[in-house]
Design a binder for this molecule. Structure first.
Ligand code: PLP
Ligand code: COI
Length: 363
């Protein structure tokens, strides 16, 4: 294996003061609105591999206008959080899984592989300078956004021969404005986010660009997120624009769409499957039709539905709406199973219960 990257650290000369930082952290954090004082940058090129690892002031990037990311969308990203525990220590959750997913995304987008150990190290390097930005209020965290772009100045179609990896970080509260209150979901019948053989299983910016129009339509209709169906038959649940989805049956089963090749393999999803098995729930990963959801809610067989992801944690879904139907009750309280799993997951992340699966890594 290659030797670990050596970082050069240059502290920002325009970092916010402790008072300015405290004022930001005490305010309404929302999601992705505030950024810390520093960032990580690592360069890659075909001849030299990964090199020039730096921590420096957060600020604009200089890119050649011919950089392939700007023309062909060669970009991938990750989402992972740092949690402050009661004793002040800072931990992250399953970084090996995010690092491995970044590698899978890189393979699909013909970007270079960042070693998983370097992925975790990049988070640690940023925390070393920006640890004071990890909030301590309940349900708050520091959201890392690691990403990789193709920087080579070349308009021909080929895998870029130069790329850069960055990490920025954002102190975050609840993703949805109303916190853990149940949300409404809009069924997208006109649009898919991914295609058979496409990039749905990769975390690449293009997938999100494709989901913005249906997402805006959903919001105009009073819904918080869009549900996408499989791109082949248009019948089976895939996922939401930025979250996976689970159905809870009254008889104790918990069901989520099987990985189809066009769904993002969520780390929250996988962790919930484990926690559900630990609780003795019967876990099913399989095809789920949208009719199964609608009929199950109407008959009462399905008692709870929820969305999950790093940003959204676990958010109850109160209602599913489409062009000619609406099922569920947006004013009903969040489901018991949903909230119990949510509590257990967040208790592990915030160090309130033992981490029996060894998911936490200290930063
Ligand atoms: N699905 C999509 C499309 C996402 O963007 C995300 C968020 O990262 C997820 C699912 C959930 O993945 P994870 O739990 O790893 O955050
Ligand atoms: C995440 O949960 O990390 C996401 O990437 C979802 C969304 C903000 C795009």
């Amino acid at each position: 294996a290659a030797a670990p990257l050596a970082y050069q650290v240059a502290l920002s000369d325009h970092a916010r003061s402790a008072e300015q930082r405290a004022a930001i952290l005490a305010g309404e954090l929302g999601f992705g609105r505030h950024f810390t004082d520093h960032m990580v940058a690592i360069q890659w090129d075909k001849a030299n591999g990964w090199h020039d690892a730096r921590v420096h002031a957060y600020g604009p990037l200089a890119l050649d206008p011919a950089a392939s990311v700007l023309h062909y969308g060669q970009e991938i990203f990750e989402g992972i959080k740092a949690y402050r525990h009661a004793d002040g220590s800072i931990w992250t959750f399953r970084p090996d899984a995010n690092g491995a997913r970044l590698q899978r995304s890189a393979a699909r987008l013909t970007l270079p592989q960042l070693p998983v150990a370097e992925f975790t190290e990049s988070l640690r390097q940023l925390i070393a300078v920006d640890h004071a930005w990890v909030p301590s209020a309940a349900e708050s965290s520091l959201y890392f956004r690691p990403f990789m772009i193709a920087t080579e100045a070349f308009l021909g179609m080929r895998a870029a021969q130069a790329a850069a990896y960055y990490v920025i970080a954002s102190p975050a509260g609840a993703y949805f404005a109303k916190g853990v209150a149940p949300v409404s979901i809009w069924l997208s019948e006109d649009y898919a986010r991914a295609a058979k053989g496409g990039t749905g299983a990769a975390k690449c910016g293009g997938n999100y660009a494709a989901s913005l129009l249906p997402q805006m339509e959903a919001q105009a209709l009073g819904c918080s997120q869009v549900l996408f169906l499989d791109p082949v038959e248009g019948k089976y649940l895939e996922e939401l624009g930025g979250m996976n989805v689970f159905l809870v049956y009254r008889d104790g089963r918990i069901v989520t769409p099987a990985l189809s090749g066009s769904i993002l393999e969520g780390i929250t999803r996988e962790s919930i499957l484990q926690l559900a098995r630990d609780r003795g729930l019967q876990v099913e990963e399989r095809k789920v039709s949208v009719d199964e959801w609608k009929d199950g809610v109407v008959s009462g067989e399905i008692s709870e539905v929820f969305a999950c992801g790093t940003a959204a944690v676990i958010t109850p879904i109160g209602q599913l709406k489409g062009k000619d139907f609406a099922v569920g009750d947006i004013d009903a309280p969040a489901g018991e199973v949903t909230m119990a799993i949510r509590k257990e997951l967040t208790d592990i992340q915030y160090g309130r219960v033992p981490d029996r699966h060894g998911w936490l890594v200290r930063l």
